[in-house]
Design a protein around this ligand. Structure first.
Ligand code: OGA
Ligand code: NI
Length: 360
């Protein structure tokens, strides 16, 4: 989450979806109703061949060749996988879920002590809203920069629930370790030295976003979260234990729901790794849908290089058959570009694309 310019942004009135749900459970205001083409279709029961890959981290850590191959396939063909045996203590996983839920259940006035100012991405509210006529997501967000300390806004770290800060610190430390481990095996799966990303990234930037999706009387008309790819290198997504199915990823032309697996974390490749691997590993478009009766919570960690590094496709992944598809750029500039534009599929990555006849 890079610093954001102080543009005069007019976003109009943004309803808090939890309050809306409480006061008028059957009402969906116009601003949440998507254009016909963007509405989520009711997904038929898809065959299990359309389930996203599952990776066992304990096998990866023994450099099990099959598991490394599976990781490669997952990153090339899906850009998403669920990781089992991720090494994060289940108490830590449970604790963060509980404090996140407790936070969202606080009275609105309490949560509004930590407002997300229009055009910014930290605090409580709706991110990525830049105009009065933009459609809104059926979601409340609470986002915080975590590492390095200079990106923290201590005023936005809540004093309630009382154990929120400490729990987030512990959780973030564990997720950071997991990201480093995953990046090591992602490098191995590309035939590169295990520490290439660690060396390249400097002090990695880490941010968390908690998304709370209340039930919606018309899940067929709204989206929980607009389609987008993540600007990170790697994203770690934890789905609340009793949450409804909500995350969907775009596979070809089909939105594939991600079925939560108990104690697994969802990992996805972000734009930065797509660029670094010259498109070999994909940052896949995804979105969230809502449910008529059930709510949903997700806790999402974005892990990215330090803002001051310059990056572009790695030389090892560029050759005659795979010409360079992205230009070099400063990562801080990309982050700024990402957070100052509305979520629009993979549009933000046009920032880095080399537009030639052969590239798409
Ligand atoms: C995100 C995201 C999906 C979800 O926060 O970037 O993709 O299921 N969230 O909440
Ligand atoms: Ni995302």
């Amino acid at each position: 989450m890079a610093p954001v310019p102080s543009l005069p942004i007019k976003v109009g009135h943004i309803d808090d979806v939890q309050e809306l749900r409480k006061a008028k459970p059957a009402t969906v205001p116009e601003r949440f109703i998507r254009d016909m083409a963007d509405r989520p279709k009711v997904v038929p029961n898809l065959s299990s061949s359309l389930d996203i890959p599952i990776i066992d981290l304990s096998k990866l850590m023994k450099t099990d060749k099959d598991e490394v191959m599976q990781l490669r396939t997952a990153c090339e063909e899906w850009g998403f996988f669920q990781v089992l045996n991720h090494g994060i203590d289940l108490n830590v996983v449970e604790d963060i879920e509980n404090v996140a839920k407790d936070f969202f259940m606080l009275p609105l006035q309490e949560k509004q002590k930590y407002p997300m100012a229009p055009g910014t991405v930290q605090g409580y509210g709706q991110a990525f809203v830049f105009s009065e006529n933009q459609k809104l997501d059926w979601c409340n967000m609470f986002a915080l920069g975590v590492e390095p300390p200079c990106i923290r806004n201590p005023k936005l770290w809540p004093s309630k629930p009382v154990n929120f800060r400490e729990t987030l610190e512990i959780y973030s430390r564990e997720v950071r370790k997991l990201c480093k481990t995953l990046l090591k095996y992602i490098a191995v799966s590309l035939g590169l030295k295990g520490d290439v990303f660690e060396e390249m990234f400097g002090v990695a930037v880490q941010a968390v976003r908690m998304n709370y999706y209340p039930p919606c009387s018309r899940p067929d008309l709204v989206l929980g979260l607009s389609p987008h790819s993540d600007g990170s290198a790697l994203t770690v997504l934890q789905q609340g234990k009793d949450s409804s199915v909500g995350l969907q990823i775009l596979k070809g032309q089909t939105w594939v729901p991600v079925q939560p697996i108990p104690n697994a974390l969802v990992i996805n490749i972000g734009d930065t790794l797509e660029v670094l691997t010259n498109g070999k590993y994909k940052s896949v478009e995804h979105r969230a849908v809502t449910h008529k009766e059930r709510d949903r919570l997700s806790i999402v960690t974005f892990y990215a290089p330090s803002y001051d590094i310059e990056l572009g496709p790695m030389a090892e992944l560029v050759d005659e058959k795979n010409p360079c598809r992205y230009r070099r750029y400063n990562h801080g500039e990309y982050s700024k570009h990402y957070v100052t534009n509305k979520l629009q599929g993979k549009r933000t990555l046009d920032f880095a694309k080399i537009q030639s006849k052969t590239s798409n």
